[in-house]
Design a protein around this ligand. Structure first.
Ligand code: FES
Ligand SMILES: [Fe+2]
Length: 420
């Protein structure tokens, strides 16, 4: 873990004046203060991260009753489990007695969760099943001491969680991108591989990096050979337009080329972002692999390769890159002021057989390598941004436009979180 110097006189007043200063310098990278302050980090967790919809896992990863996985966010741990009734639920991994974690292993199958401290026993739906010797406690109500619930939504097999029990309706947001997202039949897809990359940088730097392709030409040679997104619209437009004109017909999916963007400040409810667009690959390439050739059977009902790829966002911190033969999901989760977990999940069609229809190495090659390149540049970005001598420079108006939407949501949300 990277440790950085801390200002001991940090305060909400200081945060307020830093936020004010940003308004006087629009369209520029933001002050290093926002990446260094422990107070800012605490505000972010409470008011942005734990109020947002976060991708947890794919429902096929917990197929049986009692199957569960832990999702680690900031200093917290959340259990996502399939109950005896087959329902998927999420709950805080915190005992309702004196707060010990009730589950240690990151995934597995349990009939119950037993607290290691004094032995309280919880069902996989979170309800309290037994609490030793509490019969002598007057007025003890077991029903009032189940594991605290976390909101949980399953959408096309993708499981999302939100620690704000009053959070808005994510499914309503995602319904607006359902035609293009539905093309891949994710509900019946399978996880070919999953990998977590710990990046030594503040979470915002990691998300910012994902949201711009200004760096693609310089940092991602393999990616840039295939994807037109590395170029300005004026250059890529003819290729993209040709692909869009044929996409619906070639893929056999009406609406696969639909565009919809309601993200960050434009999201229908807090942290319920939804975005889709289809962009083109250069001629001769049909998917995101080492050589741009297919690496797995076509997904869902897709009939043929159109030379395009679907770009999606679901919530503020989860994204997908969907090629006709495989899909790549990205999820970013802050772990501390200077550490972020970047999780990649590769999906292939549910009935594809490993070793016969696809090889994990081929499916994962491009984005595993691209992610390692990102780790390299993000950690260098972090080192520079954390310097007291960093003076923020201007954003590129086209390449860094989405990044700016993220930053303006971020600054607004942080300002809204301050006490009156
Ligand atoms: S803290 Fe869990 S039983 Fe006491
Ligand atoms: Fe990148």
């Amino acid at each position: 873990m990277l440790t950085i110097a801390t200002s001991v006189d940090d305060s909400f007043d200081r945060m307020r004046s830093k936020l004010e200063a940003e308004k006087a310098r629009p369209n520029h990278a933001i002050d290093p203060y926002f990446y260094r302050s422990h107070l800012v980090h605490e505000q972010e967790l409470g008011h942005l991260i734990f109020r947002s919809w976060l991708y947890a896992l794919h429902s096929s990863e917990i197929p049986n009753s009692g199957d569960y996985q832990l999702i680690e966010v900031g200093e917290d741990s959340i259990i996502v489990a399939r109950g005896a009734d087959g329902e998927i639920r999420a709950m805080h991994n915190i005992c309702r007695h004196r707060g010990a974690r009730v589950c240690e292993e990151v995934k597995g199958n349990r009939r119950t969760f037993v607290c290691p401290y004094h032995g309280w026993v919880y069902n996989t739906d979170g309800s309290l099943r037994a609490a030793r010797e509490t019969h002598v406690m007057e007025n003890f109500d077991p029903d009032a001491h189940g594991l605290k619930p976390v909101k949980c939504v399953v959408y096309m097999g993708l499981v999302f969680i939100n620690c704000d029990m009053n959070a808005g309706d994510l499914a309503a947001s995602l319904d607006k991108i359902k035609e293009p997202l539905g093309a891949y039949d994710l509900a019946n897809a399978k996880v070919a591989h999953r990998n977590s990359y710990r990046v030594d940088a503040n979470w915002k730097l990691v998300v910012e990096n994902y949201l711009e392709c200004y760096h693609c030409a310089t940092s991602h040679r393999a990616y840039a050979r295939l994807h037109t997104l590395k170029d300005l619209n004026e250059k890529s437009e003819p290729i993209v337009q040709k692909m869009l004109d044929r996409a619906d017909e070639v893929t056999g999916i009406p609406g696969i080329s639909k565009e919809h963007t309601e993200i960050y400040l434009d999201a229908p409810s807090f942290g319920a972002c939804a975005h889709t667009m289809r962009y083109g690959l250069f001629d001769g390439y049909v998917t995101g692999s080492k050589d741009g050739k297919p690496v797995a059977p076509l997904m869902g009902d897709i009939k043929d390769y159109d030379g395009g790829a679907g770009d999606f966002q679901m919530g503020p911190l989860a994204f997908m890159l969907n090629y006709p033969d495989h899909c790549v999901l990205y999820r970013f989760l802050p772990r501390s002021l200077t550490e972020t977990d970047m999780e990649l999940v590769w999906f292939v069609r549910g009935d594809a057989v490993e070793g016969k229809d696809y090889n994990v190495e081929d499916v994962t090659w491009l984005w595993h390598h691209t992610t390692q390149e990102d780790d390299y540049i993000i950690t260098r970005n972090s080192a520079g941004v954390n310097s007291r001598f960093f003076e923020p420079g201007p954003y590129h108006p086209e390449f860094e436009a989405t990044l700016q939407q993220f930053i303006s949501w971020y600054l607004h949300s942080l300002e809204d979180s301050l006490p009156a």
